[in-house]
Design a protein around this ligand. Structure first.
Ligand code: BGC
Length: 518
């Protein structure tokens, strides 16, 4: 049996706590932080496929794209590093800001960091909506990036801390749900504006519209309290206990509260989280904080999210049909996320990772064959039938669904729940930074990859999906149903990772009776 299949049943603890309206609303408000990331992910691809936008800011790309005849090589018509820099610059900003945001989440709390994200994002939206030149576009995108860095740093941790541990998976995944809603709203807006409004107004409204999700997270976080863990981290014990009682809606939260205080006291001994996180005892989790976001991006999902309109245009769809097809993929992405929300705390993380991976792999192979047969190496497809186009869109949708119930939400859930409090913020910042670096790389090199690798593009991602699935199968312990401050037990009892722990590293010991096969 693979090493990863062993896990303590519940870390030995059973804290009381129900699925309450209060915790549900708290998580919904916080999860709206995913809207800003999603809106941005969805909006840039559509805007860069609008001819007026290209004419205004990237006239060379526009000239190149519009001079390509149907009989020419279609693979390379969008190949422009400046155009991709427009999309990808934001992720560099998010990377930088997530490091600052990690200090803010630890020092000032999760909630103020969420508020900052709303303000920065709204400011970026205004600059972009009023942009007169490429410099304004880039400055706006940097501000948006700072906002996203703050939100992605604070929201997943907040959700994992506030949720009762038995439902942590589902509540945390609301972040991903709002990411997909953000993408869908952006796709819809791009489609409606390009089709019925057109001209400069279309792209200005698309980019400026980002102010709405910015204000939503800002207002949403005004109604929130900070997480009990964060209050304890800053010494506000009474407030934390009060919060915990309200969130759990039970009369006695002493056991959970005492464990949070204990975790926090241990955390206080760690002065420099950034130096400590590289210690041997955090090595197992650190491997995942790096590999999970990296692999999430190497699934190739963002090729679809950013460039579906460009991809659909490349395979011969008209402008509106391309935006419409992206809309369909956006709907599938959102709906499929519910599958993981409803199953993650029952099936567990490992099964979803592996099932989603298999589904994505099969689709990537089919899409590669379909594109290879029609476009070959020359990139000249001849006449494309409706059946062919429909089949490609269908397989892209099944692939998107595979991502949406596996690597999408789990990519944010797992790194936010595996670290102890003392290094959690620093670890989340590594998670966000790695995610952003790889998002940047994919966004930046996609059009060049398409141009040079042609139909082989998807094969690269398919190989990555095989590698990441083996990695999960062999090395990821199951974390479902383990209280967050008890998580060390799963690493200490894992056949591969236990060698990284000394006996006195953690107070919490593995209990042999709790070891089960997941
Ligand atoms: C990823 C994004 C991706 C989105 C798609 C998120 O979890 O981090 O890069 O675009 O899912 O739904």
């Amino acid at each position: 049996m693979a090493g990863g299949a062993f896990a303590p049943a519940s870390g030995g603890k059973e804290y009381p706590g129900k699925f309450t309206g209060r915790v549900f609303l708290t998580c919904i408000f916080a999860a709206t932080g995913g809207l800003i990331f999603g809106y941005d992910l969805g909006i840039s691809g559509g805007v860069t496929s609008m001819d007026v936008f290209l004419k205004d800011f990237f006239p060379d790309v526009y000239r190149k794209e519009s001079s390509v005849k149907p009989s020419d090589d279609q693979y390379c018509k969008f190949d422009s590093q400046i155009l991709t820099l427009f999309t990808s610059s934001l992720y560099l900003a998010a990377l930088v800001s997530s490091i600052g945001a990690s200090i803010a989440t630890r020092t000032y709390g999760r909630r103020p960091t969420m508020m900052a994200s709303g303000v920065l994002f709204a400011a970026g939206a205004i600059v972009n909506g009023l942009a007169k030149n490429v410099v304004m576009l880039i400055v706006g995108r940097l501000l948006l990036g700072f906002g996203i860095g703050c939100a992605n740093q604070s929201v997943p941790i907040y959700l994992s801390e506030v949720a009762p541990y038995k439902f942590r998976g589902a509540f945390n995944m609301m972040f991903q749900l709002f990411i997909t809603i953000g993408i869908l709203i952006a796709n819809l807006l791009n489609y409606v504006l390009a089709r019925w409004v057109g001209g400069d107004t279309a792209w200005r409204l698309s980019l400026g519209g980002a102010i709405v999700p910015g204000l939503i997270i800002l207002l949403g976080s005004c109604f929130l309290s900070d997480s009990p863990n964060s209050e304890i981290e800053r010494g506000n014990y009474e407030k934390a206990k009060d919060l915990l009682l309200k969130l759990r809606q039970v009369d006695n939260v002493d056991e959970e509260f005492n464990d949070l205080v204990e975790a926090s006291e241990k955390a206080k001994l760690v002065k420099h989280a950034w130096l400590n996180i590289f210690k041997r005892k955090y090595r197992p989790q650190l491997v995942f904080a790096f590999c999970i976001p990296m692999f999430q991006q190497l699934t190739g999902m963002n090729v679809i999210v950013f460039y579906a309109p460009v991809l659909f245009k490349t395979i011969g769809f008209g402008s509106n049909a391309s935006l419409f097809s992206s809309l369909i993929t956006g709907i599938v992405n959102m709906l499929a996320t519910f599958v993981s929300i409803f199953t993650v705390d029952k099936l567990g993380r490992r099964k979803l990772f592996l099932m989603g991976g298999t589904q994505m792999f099969i689709c990537q192979i089919v899409i590669t064959i379909a594109i290879a047969m029609k476009f070959g190496l020359s990139g000249n497809p001849g006449v494309i039938s409706g059946t062919y186009a429909g089949a490609v869109v269908a397989f892209i949708c099944i692939y998107v669904a595979g991502f949406a119930w596996s690597w999408g939400p789990l990519g944010w859930l797992v790194p936010s729940e595996i670290f102890p409090l003392e290094v959690r913020s620093a670890a989340q910042s590594i998670n966000v930074s790695v995610n952003m670096i790889f998002t940047f790389v994919i966004a930046q090199i996609f059009t060049a990859m398409l141009c040079h690798l042609k139909f082989g593009l998807f094969i690269c991602f398919a190989v990555c999906v095989v590698i990441m699935s083996i990695f999960i199968h062999r090395l990821l312990p199951e974390t479902k149903g383990i209280p967050i401050e008890e998580m060390t037990t799963v690493w200490r009892s894992h056949p591969h990772w236990r060698k990284y722990f000394d006996e006195d590293d953690a107070k919490v010991e593995t209990r042999p009776k709790d070891i089960v096969s997941a």
